[in-house]
Design a protein around this ligand. Sequence first.
Ligand code: ATP
Ligand code: ZN
Length: 286
Amino acid sequence: MMEKLKIAIQKSGRLHEGSVNLLKECGIGLANGMNKLRTEAGNFPLEAYFFRDDDIPQYVEDAVADIGIIGENVVYESNKQITVVEALGFANCRLCVAVKKGEEYKGPASLNGRKIATSYPVLLKKFLDDNKIKAEIHEISGSVEIAPGIGLADAICDLVSSGSTLFMNGLKEAETILQSRTVLVKNNKLSKEKEALLAKLLFRIQAVKKAKNNKYILLNAPNEKLDDIIKLLPGMKSPTVLPLAQAGWSSVHSVLNENDFWEIIEKLKANGAQGILVVPIEKMII
Ligand code: ATP
Ligand code: ZN
C-alpha cells in the first residue's frame, strides 16, 4: 500500500482556516472535516487529523502525525523533539509581556517581584531567567488579558497580533519575548517515502508563498525609455518586451516583489510608463 503523509491541523481556532486554505492552494482538497477527527485528501497521498494546537507537538513527536501546522509559540513552549521545516506566512503573532497602561515600565527589571499571568510559563521563565529577573509566574489557560484588571496579577505574558485586546483591557505592551510564526513541523524520524512526500508538499507550499509575495506587471513604454524602465524591473530572468501595434512603443511584462512594489511603480511612471496593469500570480515556480 502506498504511504500517506499524516498532517495534524488545528481543529478549530485561528490556524484552522489558514491551514486548510494553504493545502487547498497546493491543490490538496480536504473533505469538510470540522466534525471529524480525520479526513483524507482526494488528490494527494495525505490524511489530515484535527487536534487542539497544544497537542500537536506531542502527536508529531510520537508519529501519530508526520507533520503539523502550529505557531512557533506552541513549538517552543512544548519542548518536544520535532523539527521546524518552513514558515507558512499566515497568523503570525508575538508573545509579549504587558503591564497596566498607567504603569511606568523601565525594562525587564521593572518585573522584579511582580506576579505575571500567562499560558506560556516555559517561554516566560526563560525570558525572566535570561534577564535575571525574579517574578512569580501564575499559569492560567485562557483570558489571560483580564488577570490584571481583576487583581489576579500585576502583568501578563500573552500572544498579541494587533494589540487591540491589550488596549481594551487597559494594558500596554512592555516586551516582545518571541516573534512567533505559523510553521510546518515534522517528526524527526520520517521514512524515506514520507520525506519524499513532504518534499513534494514543500515544493507546492513554496510556490504558493512566492506567488503571494509577487505580482505580475504589464505596462506600455515608449521605446526610447525602454532601457531605463527595464533597469527598474528585475523579472524572473529579465522582463519580456513585445512591440505594440503602434510604432515606437513596447509592452513590458515582469514580476515585482510586494515589498518594493509602490516605490518601483512610482519610478516607472516617472520614466514614462503608461497603462500599468498589476495582476495577482496564482503559483510561482522558479
Ligand atoms: P485550541 O483549542 O486549539 O487549543 P487556542 O485557543 O489555543 O486553540 P487560538 O487562539 O486559535 O488557540 O490560537 C492558535 C494559534 O494562533 C496561537 O498558538 C498562535 O500561534 C496563533 N495566533 C495568531 N495571532 C494570535 C493572537 N492574536 N492571539 C492568540 N494566538 C494567535
Ligand atoms: Zn491551544
